[in-house]
Design a binder for this molecule. Structure first.
Ligand code: FES
Length: 107
C-alpha cells in the first residue's frame, strides 16, 4: 500500500470503530469492523447467530440495542422515534458511525 492508499484507508475509517463489541447469550464478543459492513454482516462474519428475516429494515427481527456509540440506519420501516431514542436499532441496516460501537442482542 502506498502513502496515498494508506491515507485514503485511514480517511475511510475516520469516525468508524476498529472493532465492535456485541453482548449476546450472556457473553461479550469483540470483533473487527470493516467500514461499509452492517452490524448484521459483521456479526455473521464472526460467527454470532444474530436473528434476521427480511434484511430490508421492515420486520424488526434483527433489532439490537446500542449500549455505546452511534449507528446510522440505511432504511427503517419499523422502529419509532421512541424506539430509536431508547437505543434500539436494526442490525441489517445499521452502519456504525462513531469510533466506539457496543450493542446487545435482546434475549
Ligand atoms: S431483518 Fe428485517 S428489519 Fe432487519
Amino acid at each position: 500500500m502506498n502513502s496515498t492508499e494508506s491515507e485514503s484507508a485511514s480517511e475511510d475509517r475516520r469516525g468508524k470503530p476498529a472493532e465492535i463489541t456485541v453482548h449476546a447469550l450472556g457473553r461479550e464478543y469483540r470483533m473487527p469492523y470493516h467500514p461499509g459492513d452492517t452490524l448484521l454482516q459483521t456479526m455473521r462474519q464472526n460467527g454470532i447467530p444474530a436473528p434476521s428475516l427480511c434484511e430490508q429494515g421492515v420486520c424488526g427481527s434483527c433489532m439490537v440495542r446500542r449500549l455505546q456509540g452511534e449507528v446510522e440506519l440505511r432504511e427503517n420501516f419499523i422502529l419509532t422515534d421512541e424506539d430509536l431514542a431508547a437505543g434500539y436499532t436494526l442490525a441489517c441496516q445499521g452502519l456504525p458511525v462513531s469510533e466506539v460501537c457496543e450493542i446487545e442482542i435482546p434475549s
